[in-house]
Design a protein. Sequence first.
Length: 283
Amino acid sequence: MQSEKNSFFERYGPWALIAGASEGIGKSFAEQLAARGLNLILLSRNVEALTALAHDLQTRYRTEVQCHAVDLTGDDLESRIDKVIENIDLGLMIYNAGGSSMVADLFLDCPLSDLRRTVRLNCHGPLILAHKIGQHLRQRGHGGIMLISALSAFGGTAYVANYCATKSYELVLAQGLWAELRGYGVDVVGVAVGATITPAAVRAGMGFATQQNTQDSNPLVQAMTSDAVASEALAALSKGPLFIPGEHNRMGVEQLQQIPLETAIEYRSAGTASQLGKQWPVL
Ligand SMILES: NC(=O)c1ccc[n+]([C@@H]2O[C@H](COP(=O)([O-])OP(=O)(O)OC[C@H]3O[C@@H](n4cnc5c(N)ncnc54)[C@H](OP(=O)(O)O)[C@@H]3O)[C@@H](O)[C@H]2O)c1
């Protein structure tokens, strides 16, 4: 166990940056990386939540933690990131933020400004962080990049059409980077996360089936905990280009890939509509 911890630190330490770290899966990554001895740079908009987390991790794991209030959809993202990573020997970047950007309605009924914000968070943000931090990792000759995507990336779905398309960008970008960077000793993985109990998902009113909650939920949607997602994803860091946490999610993707495209889109759309309490079919 200690030797596993040491080799993880040597490969991905001494510093890791988590974009979207104040709660949910990002917070679980922070906890699990601190437990492996890595120093952390945590980004999100809510700096109070980050500061409380940093204090807790520093106390329990004796690691260094820096917090930065950064809006990953901001026009100034590039210059903010330059300042944040200046003089830091980063070994790992996890781009996690993205869930709360989901605008759940018919594409044409969503305000264009909201759809554009989703593109900025799930495409523009990963583009900038992967480009800037990727250069540092390639030069030092080891490290990792993890882009947190979603099962939604595997196909178009009514009511979340734009969100699905942006999540595909992350998975496809990760695959190309995996091919380009593995020769330099840099691991890249795109992680397609399925339903996960996070504060953002709960706030969005997603009805999940869990062991504690079988009523008022969609029994078809089995949710994982954010700790389980983070732990499986970290174990798969060197096994890119694609990883799907949860055996039930891996089986679900396999099954959907074996049926005609139209049927798969219908199936996903009907499930999403039911989860969101929307009408299906649309007309
Ligand atoms: N939960 C699920 O069921 C589920 C399913 C499939 C995929 N995923 C994926 O898993 C990842 C994490 O999802 P999540 O449910 O934990 O929700 P999330 O809304 O992505 O929140 C995660 C973190 O991102 C930060 N964040 C959100 N928008 C930001 C912005 N504009 N700038 C900076 N930080 C921002 C949040 O903090 P602040 O609000 O303080 O900024 C929070 O710390 C996402 O990529 C999501 O697409 C989740």
